[in-house]
Write a protein that binds this ligand. Structure first.
Ligand SMILES: [Mg+2]
Length: 183
């Protein structure tokens, strides 16, 4: 099976880690922070946002904590013969070198994988072109679009998608592993 996996907030706790910086930089309330993610809640233009992300956020991403058991179960899935494809919207819009930065992060955390696909702004296209069988992401938008291609999706639970019940929701990597291997 070929498994497509998002990076931020799917294998690591990006939003929790960067939230205090967003709060301070954009003067946001907790309610605004929890309602939505990233540029949608911010009081700036998209170019200002990309500049902020590139200069302030992206240098911190190497230190984002990995989610509990993510390494253990991703490596186990790979050892058991599955192919691991990371599919991330991290792009040259908001990072100087999204591929290198993410590669270093995966290496630092000893995660084994087959392919890293950055600049995946249209994940449905990337998932289809790469013959992905199962796709895991925290974004409702990406899960919606990928599932329209007939690909099985799991939505990684988070505060900003708590009201979405359109897809099977997963809370941790043990659960993901069980859902994939028991099916
Ligand atoms: Mg994500």
């Amino acid at each position: 099976m070929r498994i497509g996996i998002d990076i931020d907030d799917t294998i690591c706790e990006t939003w929790e880690y960067v939230k205090p910086i967003y709060k301070k930089h954009f003067d946001l309330t907790d309610e605004e922070l929890n309602k939505n993610k990233y540029s949608r809640v911010l009081k700036c233009t998209i170019d200002e946002y990309y500049d902020f992300y590139k200069k302030i956020i992206s240098p911190l991403l190497i230190n984002v904590p990995i989610k509990k058991d993510a390494v253990k179960y991703i490596n186990k899935l790979k050892e058991e013969g599955n192919e691991i494809y990371f599919i991330t919207a991290r792009s040259t819009f908001d990072m100087y070198n999204p591929y290198e930065l993410t590669k270093q992060y995966l290496e630092k955390n000893n995660i084994k994988y087959d392919k890293l696909l950055v600049n995946s702004l249209k994940k449905e296209q990337v998932a289809k072109e790469n013959n992905i069988d199962i796709f895991i992401d925290d974004s409702i938008k990406h899960c919606t679009n990928v599932s329209k291609e007939g690909i099985k999706v799991f939505l990684m639970d988070n505060i900003y998608n708590k009201n979405c019940n359109d897809f099977p929701k997963v809370k941790n990597w043990k659960q993901i592993y069980e859902k994939i291997t028991l099916n």
